[in-house]
Design a protein around this ligand. Structure first.
Ligand code: CAA
Ligand code: NAI
Length: 712
């Protein structure tokens, strides 16, 4: 028999209603039904003078069951029966909060008459991150409890607040140390003895002092400037405004209507996809759950340049000592100086205390020789992107590191298997591809070599979560998942310049889709020289399937010393950090076009730019899948959202492709192959794309048996 999700126990005069729905006590249909049943039973029990609502396990209800939103069963229908029952309940109901009371979970607490929280508890309404708004009365009850301004801020930001702050705001009535359930029962007894009436949020007026003039107008203006594709924020503002201007039941109806609009929007579907995809990435197909992870408590970093210092910070941030090896004392001093500056900036913003700064800096130790790494459990090399040098470094690490230590490379393009062989202990080796700035960017591509030990892989995936990263496993190939796909995007962007588009036109088209920066502003920021060198190196290795115009503009700009922002000119010219159109680029591109016999056009429309930049990228994503470089389409989406700022409300390139329809993409690829010629295979479709498009299927329909390969 299934374990009940809700258990009722009557202890003297208090009914204890316990929700037990692991892992996070989501308010699924079974829980809602169980709660209605238990509350009705308690209402009919003459011994009961009050109810305490609490949860088993690690947390109070963390929200509605998000999976239900995609299952086609509207999950809010019977929520209102439950919430109506609770609101009007004849006896006081005390909610006891621990862990994270989020979304529908916090709303469940808000419809209860009193709230007691553990000191470690956190509360919040994070629905906005899913393209939703609190749809169980949260937008109406919270402003009545804590005022319109504070409620609006909390719901728009989706932030979690700690129990003490929740108390100060008026979200909870008491914060307790020690046993929460005991404290909630004591609280309930106090309510009974003092004959305190139920405090129904629905019956409270919104405090007029909490609604400064222009509150909603200003919020709408701020939102308009953000140009977000998330449908929720504008509707959240409307709901909180309704809480101020409409009676409760009418406000609730407004909330319902606007919640429905959000729920059925493609953007919310995309954001929900992101939520689950970001969790699924840690599930490695074929890996036994019984693997014992290797213990990591001391880390080494070799090479403290742009990446090494940031990588080291990740570990110091969680209290792990780090040894950083460089070639000169000057390089070490420079790197530690930058790390200190980063921490000082965090102190200035109030995110770190001066004591924490000192503690973190004390965990970082510089060294000029490899034997210092002997005691490390994990060593990450981040020396120059040079295969011969990296092989030497890995060979040294193979000798110096203790048996069982993991050796990782931060290479962004080189062959991890070759490095693994060089180490002499390939089972201990894998890639840890951090993104720049390494202490900020959430993405970590974990590159699984042909011989990487499964325990090594699972250790690093877990460790990545500990340092706050989202790990995505990639097989070995040029550029792994992200940079490999980015190559096609950058190739087409530059090709468009040769054909007559301007850099600002291409950037504007890409930015209109929701990326914060188009390809040319991005290249100017990253350094045209850095990017061009990668193309040159790849060319030398014979890996380029490319024509003579491949990345020709970047190569030319490097030759001219136009390295981007740092030299004051690149694809743009710069006044400070402001990019300005530069007629010189037009001339450079026209000359290159003439040399290569490219006819320039002046009719390149935004839609063409978007299709030509992104459809080859999606096509490459299909190749990454069919080769088994990525486990799932969702993994690719996670890479692009977290590593390349692809708009989350489009769900990532593969989810977006499914929305556009793969047959549409395939047809447009054929169109461009015919229009532009396909001498170098740029417009050849991946077999997977072709097959799915012909069958009217999307990437999301791929089954486990259709996926997998090189990574497995
Ligand atoms: N619904 C369904 N599944 C959920 C869930 C939810 N609300 N919250 C978490 N889960 C699942 C996760 O998918 C994950 O499943 P797997 O183990 O199978 O991957 C599991 O619970 C554990 O989640 P995490 O890995 O995220 O665990 P964590 O300890 O790192 O974080 C958490 C816990 C803070 C609760 C985090 O899961 C979280 O933020 N959850 C979502 C909270 C949320 O957005 N709530 C609002 C829902 S919408 C809503 O409530 C609408 C409404 O108004 C009615
Ligand atoms: P960098 O040039 O800024 O730093 C490299 C550092 O390694 C230098 O400080 C150098 O003194 C040191 N070094 C060289 N040989 C050494 C040796 N034998 N022992 C110890 N230290 C040595 O390079 P950056 O940008 O930090 O790149 C490092 C690695 O990270 C490369 O593999 C690169 O591809 C990768 N990467 C870089 C990204 C970026 O945006 N810069 C992003 C992701 C990965």
């Amino acid at each position: 028999m299934n374990k009940p999700l809700v258990i009722l126990e009557v202890r003297e005069d208090v009914a204890l209603v316990c929700i037990d729905n692991p892992p996070v006590n989501a308010l699924s249909r079974g829980v809602r039904e169980g709660l209605v049943k238990a509350l009705r039973q308690a209402a009919a029990d003459s011994r009961v003078s009050a109810v305490v609502l609490y949860c088993a396990g690690r947390t109070f209800v963390a929200g509605a069951d998000i999976a239900e939103f995609d299952s086609g069963q509207p999950s809010t229908e019977d929520i209102h029966e439950l919430f109506g029952l609770l609101d009007g309940y004849a006896r006081p109901v005390v909610a006891a909060l621990h862990g994270t009371a989020l979304g529908g979970g916090l709303e469940l607490a808000l419809v209860s008459h009193f709230r007691v929280a553990s000191r470690s508890a956190k509360v919040g309404l994070p629905e906005v991150h899913l393209g939703l708004l609190p749809g169980a009365g949260g937008t109406q009850r919270l402003p009545r409890l804590i005022g319109a301004k504070a409620a609006l801020e909390l719901i728009l930001s989706g932030k979690q607040v700690a129990a003490d702050q929740a108390l100060a705001l008026g979200i909870v009535d008491e914060v307790v140390d020690g046993d929460l359930l005991d404290a909630a029962i004591v609280f309930a007894h106090r309510v009974i003895e003092e004959h305190r009436p139920q405090r129904r949020a629905s019956a409270l007026p919104v405090n007029p002092a909490s609604v400064p003039a222009g509150l909603f107008e200003q919020a709408r203006q701020t939102l308009a400037q953000q140009r977000s594709g998330n449908p929720a924020p504008v509707r959240i503002i409307a709901c909180v405004e309704a809480a101020v201007t409409q009676p409760f039941t009418q406000g609730l109806a407004t909330e319902q209507r606007l919640f429905g609009e959000c729920l059925h929007s493609p953007a919310s579907a995309a954001l929900r996809h992101r939520f689950f995809a970001e969790r699924e990435v840690s599930k490695i197909p074929g890996l036994s759950g019984n693997l014992t992870p290797r213990s990591i408590s001391r880390v080494g970093v070799v090479g403290a340049g742009t990446m090494g210092g940031g990588i080291a910070m990740n570990f110091a941030n969680i209290g792990m000592p780090v040894v950083i090896v460089e070639t000169t004392q000057a390089a070490l001093d420079r790197s530690l100086g930058i790390v200190r500056k980063n921490y000082e900036a965090a102190v200035a913003k109030g995110r770190l205390s001066p004591a924490q700064l000192d503690q973190r800096m004390s965990l970082l130790r510089g060294a000029l020789d490899y034997p210092e790494l002997a005691e490390c459990d994990l060593v990450i090399e981040a020396v120059f992107e040079d295969l011969a040098l990296k092989k030497q470094v890995c060979a040294r690490l193979g000798q110096v590191c203790r048996p069982g230590a993991i050796i990782a490379s931060n290479t962004s393009s080189l062959d991890v298997d070759a490095l693994a062989q060089a180490s002499g202990r390939p089972a201990d080796v894998l890639g840890m591809h951090f993104f720049s700035p390494a202490h900020v960017m959430r993405l970590l591509e974990v590159v699984r070599g042909a011989h990487t030990g499964t325990d090594v892989l699972s250790t690093v995936v877990k460790l990545a979560r500990t340092i706050g990263k989202v790990p995505v496993v990639s097989g070995v190939c040029y550029g792994f998942i992200g940079n490999r796909m980015a190559e096609c995007y950058l190739r087409e962007a530059e090709q468009l310049l040769l054909e007559g588009a301007t850099a600002q036109q291409v950037d504007a088209a890409v930015e209109s889709l929701g990326l914060p920066m188009g390809p040319f502003r991005m290249l100017d920021l990253a350094g045209v020289d850095v990017v061009a060198k990668v193309v040159i190196e790849r060319g030398k290795s014979g890996q380029l399937l490319a024509g003579p115009t491949y990345r020709a503009v970047a190569l030319k700009l490097m030759e001219l010393g136009r390295y981007g922002q740092k030299t004051g000119s690149g694809f743009y010219r710069y006044e400070g950090r402001t990019p300005l159109p530069d007629p010189a680029i037009e001339q450079i591109c026209a000359a290159l076009a003439a040399r290569h016999g490219i006819i320039r056009r002046h009719d390149i429309a935004e839609q063409e730019i978007i299709e030509r930049c992104f459809y080859p990228l999606i096509n490459e994503g299909a190749k990454v899948l069919e080769e088994g470089i990525a486990y799932r389409p969702g993994d690719i989406d996670v890479v692009w959202i977290n590593g390349y700022s692809f708009p989350d409300y489009l769900g990532g390139p593969m989810f977006w492709a499914d929305q556009l329809g793969l047959s549409t993409i395939a047809a447009r690829m054929d169109h461009y192959a015919a229009q532009l010629g396909n001498e170098h295979g740029y417009w050849s479709q991946a077999a997977l794309l072709k097959r799915l498009a012909a069958a009217g299927r999307g990437f999301a329909s791929l089954t486990e048996s259709e996926l997998g390969g090189a990574t497995g």
